[in-house]
Design a protein around this ligand. Structure first.
Ligand code: TEU
Length: 553
């Protein structure tokens, strides 16, 4: 049985991963075709984002049937074959469960809108207040979080798109339906679940305006969230010792994340939190242009390492996913020091305490795509905010620059398998225009180059399995106030790691703090992004983005 504490998860966005039937849309057989590639990388699980029946307004996170596969992705037989083939290669499947909301195309919502009281109570309908929405809460995709239904003279809640209606978790029937969905997929051999915005499902008893924010404080990490998660655990995956779970925690707190992931709480195995990926949001606003705040980034990474260690919680470690811009463009350099900075970013989190997640294409340094016209964006969040920024009078060019930096479509352009047209993703018309970088950034070129980013990730994964200090070691940040270097020590049973990362193109000098005693004669370089890194651990002249891991017996 796999131990999630020294496992690595690879995230696949099936719609953009590999199109086996050339309809321009990635599919499950496309995933099966690439399992040998994933085995070579060395990953333990593959997390698949939703491929269930959906109108695709939010690329599948608007689920219209939880237990049926959308024909564009294939059939249940294709799924079962993928699971079987993955297991043959030592890879387990993690599915994405979207339980905060359903699509308004779901039959439950359709029955609700037809006036069926049973199903109306599956959702959150409220009367207007003073002729307005029940509260002033904002959707995370912009605009009001409420949609009016004239037949009822009521509004329904949607924290995301208007076609994603929030479920009422206070309703026992809703919970039973959800438990049945999880157990259906467990019976299909699924060994992992990623729970979408799961910390938003506990809504308040009283709905009131938020005079200081967008309403998230009333439903984030809500009053009954731990009760709901304990019940979900008990009724489904908690009955199996070999199933791992990860909760996507939106705008959460450390205390809650410790409770969510401490094994004594019997809730989840681990959590995603996003505080480290908001250090380039100006005044907390994603839709701005700002260089990332490096000191704040280090503070967040270190505080979460030490806090979760102290509370026996467990972090997912990640830079990228289908909602985030490509990390090498965001915190690295996607031009001159593309390889060095991509490898440095990988090392900087893979040597931390937690379970690393690699997002498709990250393993060979896929970059942002700098999509230069709104017609070529597909992401509902990006298009909504384009319209909001336009309505605020912002200049078109400036808005496009912001989208090029922050849009989720950066991560959703077709996987670049080789230098052929469409990057080898499809021979059809891709649903989202491919980037222009596939000529030199693609999986095939990476596999042909022993110094590629791919083999750096492969080695990081191997190291995690070979050195207990990586999974179990105590974390200690060092030189926290250094403006360029992120460095830390890991220590376990007398063995140490010294991890040193220059986050910038300018040279930087690392000096080992005097209170850290390390016998240089016992130190060896485990991995570096340069072939000739120094063994002088007392004082190191770090080159552009140089990243070195020393192991001290
Ligand atoms: O994302 C939660 C969420 O808040 C995202 O919208 C993301 O954090 C934000 O776009 C960053 O600006 C989950 C899924 O990962 C996302 O793809 C879905 O759109 C969303 O929930 C609704 O299901």
């Amino acid at each position: 049985m796999k131990d999630f504490k020294n496992s690595v998860v690879y995230q696949i966005y099936p719609k953009s991963f590999n199109d086996s039937n050339n309809d321009g849309f990635g599919d499950l057989n496309g995933v099966t075709e690439k399992l040998d590639y994933l085995k070579l990388l060395g990953v333990d699980y593959i997390w698949l984002t939703p491929f269930y029946v959906s109108p695709q307004n939010d690329n599948g996170y608007d689920v219209a049937h939880y237990c049926k596969i959308d024909p564009r992705f294939g059939t249940i037989e294709d799924f079962e074959n993928m699971v079987k083939e993955a297991k043959k290669r030592g890879i387990e499947i993690m599915l994405d469960m979207v339980f905060n909301h359903t699509s308004t195309e779901h039959e439950w919502f359709k029955k609700a809108i037809d006036g069926d009281e049973k199903y109306k109570n599956y959702y959150i309908f409220k009367k207007s207040k003073d002729e307005k929405e029940p509260t002033n809460w904002q959707s995370k995709f912009g605009g009001s979080a409420w949609e009016y239904v004239e037949e009822f003279d009521e509004y329904y809640l949607h924290l995301f798109d208007v076609t994603q209606a929030d479920l009422n978790w206070k309703n026992e029937e809703v919970k039973t339906e959800i438990f049945d969905v999880v157990n259906f997929w467990i019976d299909k051999g699924v060994k992992g679940f990623r729970l979408d915005v799961i910390n938003l499902i506990s809504k308040p008893d009283i709905y009131e305006d938020d005079h200081v924010g967008d309403g998230r404080r009333f439903y984030t990490d809500g009053v009954r969230i731990h009760e709901y998660l304990k019940e979900l655990n008990k009724e489904t995956f908690g009955k199996h010792e070999d199933i791992i779970t990860v909760g996507e925690m939106s705008s959460t707190t450390m205390d809650n994340c410790i409770k969510y992931s401490n094994p004594d709480e019997k809730e989840l195995s681990m959590v995603f939190n996003f505080h480290h990926l908001k250090v380039d949001y100006e005044n907390g606003d994603k839709w701005t242009l700002m260089d990332f705040d490096f000191i704040k980034l280090k503070e967040i990474l270190s505080s979460w390492q030490m806090g979760m260690e102290e509370g026996n919680g467990w972090n997912a470690l990640f830079w990228s996913n289908h909602d985030q811009p490509r990390i090498v463009s965001r915190f690295g350099d996607d031009k001159k020091y593309h390889t060095e900075s991509a490898k440095m970013l990988a090392t900087s989190i893979h040597m931390l305490r937690g379970t690393p997640y690699i997002y498709q294409g990250e393993e060979f340094g896929m970059t942002n795509q700098y999509i230069d016209s709104i017609e070529n964006y597909r992401d509902v969040e990006s298009i909504n905010y384009y319209n909001i920024l336009k309505s605020e009078g912002k200049d078109e060019k400036d808005i496009i620059k912001i989208l090029q930096s922050k849009s989720r479509d950066n991560a959703r352009t077709p996987m670049q398998w080789d230098e052929s047209e469409n990057g080898g993703f499809t021979e059809g018309e891709p649903w989202l225009k491919p980037g222009k970088t596939h000529k030199h950034i693609n999986a095939k070129s990476a596999l042909d180059d022993k110094n590629s980013i791919f083999y750096h990730y492969q080695k990081l994964i191997k190291l995690r399995k070979g050195y207990d200090v990586i999974s179990n070691g105590k974390y200690k940040p060092i030189i926290e106030d250094d403006k360029s270097i992120f460095a830390y020590i890991r220590e376990y049973e007398g063995n140490k790691l010294l991890v040193v990362n220059n986050f910038y193109p300018e040279e930087a000098v690392f000096e080992l703090p005097e209170d850290i005693q390390i016998d240089k004669s016992k130190a060896k370089i485990l991995i570096s992004n340069y072939t000739d890194s120094s063994n002088e651990i007392q004082k190191i002249d770090l080159r552009a983005y140089e990243s070195i891991v020393y192991y001290i017996e």
